[in-house]
Design a protein around this ligand. Structure first.
Ligand code: SF4
Ligand code: SF4
Length: 477
């Protein structure tokens, strides 16, 4: 209990980062240490290396990944997606949602603690720099309360200068995933006046990242992130989460001299026997979202494992088994048993597999070139001097490959007839499209009447790119 937490249950009334008067409660988490923290540091390093190097990896001159939302160009693993592939993207989004749901039902919020960019940058980059410059939690508190001396100004200026620098780097990396590394290089080396839009984007992203990591911090996970908000409906009693073993830990109580060793602890009279939690509150002090995991699974918990490490250290010191706080499921702790393969999990898995198979089929049958041929709106058929009937069409060809398509021609497969393109069909650059018009002329004897079905092939050189089926209008027979 504290001034801000006067009753044992008051944590339910307000979030840990807000004081009772509604003001922000700044969190000063103690520096974590332990096996999970070491592993998370390694995972974060790998993640950061991948994040920074990916934009530089190119396949056929194009980046491996690109999410250019401004011109609707997306590249995933070197495969180009255009606005015509939107159905694939929509399906991929649905598949991802199902995967997230399934993953969360089984493994809780493990993503947040280990690979979420927000947690990695906050806890493994910015927080480490803060510990390095301002010291551990108590020293930070002391520094913030201290008057503005030269030493404090120097520390704060250095910290925020480094924060701003890293935010600019993150902003630029983020931009490389949207416009590509070449465009970002141009933004950096060429005059600002040539890239006002890009420069503004760079400033906005950098400013946003600086604001988030220097000030907004855990509020992103606690109040903004939609995934965090979903926890309440996704988690089940079998989900594996960072959890406090209340069966083993309660009733909690301060350590007594004769509880120092396992043997003397066991020898205590029953009435005196307390759980393993010695109420040292170290698990609370290391928590970056300011919660007490002993209250149970909470929406604010990002599964960062800092409390596991802190408690393990305590358990080691009082000679009790590690894992009073650990990765486990509610049911496992309460009943001592539980299975993750619940009917709900099986149903999600079934839907996910079906979606993945369907998605795989669509990807497999996706053509490299998208050809669209539509009769020009408002035009009926015309009768030529030689007696043949002609229809005017608009065509659109989209090149989804990473190479240039040249020598393009249309060929009417059935029925017999001619295709006459208005002008020339230009070469189609990678991931771009061309539009134009063409006439199709058919002998009236070969027509089925008012509407005849056509089959047209599109070639680049001798290579068949796509097959088009459309209708041809003619006189009623
Ligand atoms: S660190 Fe462990 S022993 Fe200390 S209060 Fe938390 S759960 Fe209890
Ligand atoms: S409760 Fe533990 S795992 Fe959850 S955010 Fe706090 S320290 Fe991290």
């Amino acid at each position: 209990m504290s001034k801000d937490d006067p009753t044992p249950d008051s944590f339910r009334d307000h979030i840990a980062t807000v004081n009772r008067d509604g003001s922000r409660k700044w969190i000063y988490p103690k520096k974590p240490a332990g096996r999970f923290y070491r592993w998370r540091t390694i995972v974060s390093l790998v993640f950061l290396i991948i994040l920074v190097t990916l934009p530089f990896i190119k396949v056929g001159g194009d980046p491996l990944f690109l999410f250019n939302v401004t011109n609707g160009r997306f590249i995933l693993f070197g495969v180009v997606f255009t606005p015509q592939d939107m159905h694939l993207f929509a399906l991929a989004m649905i598949t991802m949602m199902v995967f997230i749901v399934l993953f969360t039902v089984v493994f809780g919020r493990v993503f947040c603690g280990w690979v979420c960019p927000q947690t990695i940058f906050m806890e493994m980059v910015f927080r480490k720099i803060e510990f390095w410059i301002e010291g551990d939690a108590n020293q930070q508190k002391k520094l913030n309360k201290a008057p503005w001396t030269t030493k404090k100004i120097a520390k704060k200026t250095t910290k925020h200068f480094i924060f701003a620098l890293i935010a600019i780097i993150i902003g630029n990396i983020f931009l490389t995933y949207i416009v590509g590394v070449d465009e970002v290089t141009r933004l950096i080396v060429e005059p600002i006046s040539d890239h006002i839009g890009g420069f503004l984007a760079m400033v906005i992203f950098s400013g946003l990242f600086y604001g988030v990591f220097a000030f907004f911090r855990e509020q992103v996970c606690v109040a903004v992130c939609p995934y965090g908000r979903l926890q309440g409906v996704l988690l089940v009693k079998n989900s594996i989460v960072v959890i406090y073993d209340w069966v083993r830990g309660e009733p909690r109580g301060k350590i007594k001299k004769n509880r120092k060793t396992k043997d003397s602890f066991q020898a205590l009279p029953i009435a005196d026997k307390l759980g393993d939690c010695i109420d040292c509150k170290l698990c609370v002090q290391v928590c970056p979202t300011g919660i007490d995991i002993r209250h149970g699974t909470q929406m604010e918990c990002v599964n960062c494992t800092a409390c596991i490490d802190a408690c393990d250290e305590v358990m080691e010191k009082i000679d009790r088994p590690k894992g009073l706080i650990r990765y486990d499921a509610y049911d496992k702790i309460e009943k001592g048993e539980g299975t993750i393969l619940t009917p709900r999990v099986k149903a999600y898995a079934g839907v996910l597999i079906a979606l993945l198979v369907f998605q795989g089929f669509l990807f497999q049958s996706r053509s490299d070139v998208e050809a669209l041929l539509l009769r020009t709106p408002g035009m009926l058929f015309q009768e030529a001097d030689d007696g043949r009937i002609s229809n005017l069409y608009n065509y659109q060809l989209t090149n989804k490959t990473t190479g240039i398509l040249s020598d393009i021609r249309f060929e009417l497969v059935s029925p017999l007839g001619d295709v006459e393109v208005v002008g020339n069909i230009p070469n189609i650059d990678k991931a771009s499209e061309v539009k134009g018009s063409l006439f199709i002329r058919i002998d009236p004897d070969d027509l089925d009447g008012r509407k005849t079905k056509l089959k047209i092939n599109v070639y680049s050189g001798g290579v068949l790119l796509d097959e088009i089926r459309t209708n041809f209008l003619g006189p009623i027979k």
